[in-house]
Design a protein around this ligand. Structure first.
Ligand code: CA
Length: 244
């Protein structure tokens, strides 16, 4: 007779979930996430939320033993800070709870600030849906005006900055019509483009895209895939320089 094992022995006893596997963090600033701890077996799960973080990265989680009642999920805060002065690269953080593990990748970027550079730039687009929604409506400082593209996955919006900048952050305020995938591209001259950031899980609304790109005169939001049956529409695009 073969050795019998309980039915649950090959399934995990606990679950550990994160809202996303990657997070962008400005050096010195704390990013806050919520982790979900679950008990998958007909018993309470108990344990500490453990953290393995590389040098230069601080992670704060609740201390002490946590109890998750059977069949339930408990949400706990996770605070991640990449120290000022730590190299700007990706860091893997390993979280564990009672046998379940997850890896959170944190990408560190330099601090940004100052005035919105796009505001004083000149906007263009691959095309406007109608003259009522011109490219300039996305950098006019008016929250009630917007640029809107024709129905085209590859539509783009761009701004020529008044002078070259070391670009650290682009903030996008999407109307309902937004992409699920897009790239932020930069160029010193409007001809030679490079991809500064690629977003493959665009959710619309307010999106902040981090980068560290030198000698940027042109910034382009290049659509790849529409999330709706409409084109793309932006209330505002803001661009901020690296400050530290
Ligand atoms: Ca506007």
């Amino acid at each position: 007779m073969r050795h019998l094992v309980p039915w649950f022995s090959d399934s995990p006893a606990t679950s550990l979930s994160l809202p996303r596997d990657r997070v962008d963090a400005e050096n010195g600033k704390t990013e806050r996430l919520t982790a979900g701890l679950g008990s998958l077996r007909p018993a309470d799960a108990r344990g500490r939320l453990t953290v393995e973080a590389p040098e230069g990265v601080h992670v704060r989680v609740p201390e002490g033993e946590l109890t998750v009642e059977r069949g339930t999920t408990v949400e706990v805060p996770v605070e991640v800070t990449v120290e000022r002065g730590s190299p700007q690269r990706s860091y893997d953080i390993r979280l564990g709870f009672a046998g379940a593990t997850r890896t959170l990748t944190v990408r560190a970027f330099p601090p940004t600030g100052g005035t919105d550079l796009a505001r004083s730039g000149t906007a263009r687009s691959s095309g406007d849906e109608t003259p009522d929604f011109p490219a300039s409506a996305a950098n006019d400082g008016d929250p009630d005006t917007r640029w809107s593209s024709p129905v085209d996955d590859g539509a783009w919006w761009q701004v020529e900055l008044p002078r070259p900048a070391r670009l650290g952050q682009v903030v996008l305020r999407w109307q309902d019509a937004h992409p699920s995938a897009y790239r932020v591209q930069v160029s010193p001259d409007g001809r030679r483009w490079r991809t500064a950031a690629s977003v493959q899980d665009g959710r619309g609304g307010l999106e902040s895209v981090r980068m560290d790109e030198r000698d940027v005169r042109f910034v382009r939001v290049q659509g790849e895939k529409r999330a709706t049956r409409f084109g793309y529409s932006l209330w505002a695009v803001e661009a901020y320089a690296v400050t530290g």
